[in-house]
Design a protein around this ligand. Structure first.
Ligand code: MG
Length: 244
């Protein structure tokens, strides 16, 4: 919110800039910011499918799946950490780099764009929303996910933390997304699954948010999402309903 107030103050001081902004950034078209992993695409499902297969292949017990999922932590832990943890626990002969490549390749291969998610994005776009993906991660990896799944065709643009030089929850990344779409951040909505990166970031940027709970309870006392939903399609419907 602080960021938005500061920008508004700056714009207010310079009348020429204010006029340019009125022309360039239409205030009435709403910006829809969306996370990528476990919001637009089911990364958790893709990782779990690979993990089950891998544990079976090396003869590890099935109950080690929970351990492996916790090491991955929804992709927050890097693939290198996962590879090292696997090598150490099972005394594997695979090199770390081979494991990292296998994990990344397998997750990528298993990611699919749900056609109903594509439909929901198309409907939102038809009714005037501008969908922009904002994701933390490596540019090469995240961009490949967007393009290989065909998600790129349903988005106006995307911002990846590595190339932007700033990560969620820093509100600057949402300002960059708004700039790319040539829109104002005021009135935007954000849909995401991470309490800290997505909802904390939206709170800091002063935008409304929908949290995808994925079976979890909200436990952060410092801020809260505007709405909660059990999937991205329901979340898009909530955002669209907010305009009427
Ligand atoms: Mg996410």
């Amino acid at each position: 919110m602080r960021w938005f107030v500061e920008l508004t103050a700056q714009v207010g001081e310079d009348e020429d800039l204010f006029d340019i902004n009125l022309v360039t950034y239409p205030a009435r078209v709403p910006l829809l910011l969306l996370g990528l992993d476990d919001t637009l695409l089911d990364r958790a499902g893709a990782f779990r499918a690979w993990a089950c297969e891998f544990l079976a292949r090396i003869g590890a017990p099935e109950y080690d799946l929970e351990w492996l999922l916790s090491v991955d932590a929804d992709g927050i832990g890097s693939a290198w950490d996962v590879a090292e943890a696997l090598r150490e626990r099972y005394g594997l002969r695979y090199s770390a780099i081979d494991l990292v490549e296998e994990i990344r390749g397998a997750v990528m291969e298993r990611m699919r764009l749900d056609p109903l998610t594509a439909c929901a994005l198309a409907i939102a776009e038809d009714s005037g929303w501008v969908p922009v993906c904002v994701t933390n991660g490596e540019s090469r990896q995240q961009e490949a996910k967007l393009r290989k799944t065909g998600l790129d065709r349903y988005l106006a643009d995307w911002v990846i933390s590595e190339e932007a030089g700033v990560r969620k929850p820093n509100p600057r990344i949402f300002a960059i997304a708004a700039e790319r779409a040539r829109m104002r951040l005021g009135g935007a909505w954000l849909i995401g699954d991470s309490p800290e990166a997505d909802i904390g970031g939206a709170d800091a940027a002063g935008v409304n948010s929908v949290w995808l709970h994925r079976g979890r309870r909200w436990s952060e006392p410092r801020y809260a999402p505007t709405r909660t939903a059990d999937g991205v399609i329901a979340a898009i419907a909530e955002v669209m309903a907010s305009r009427w």
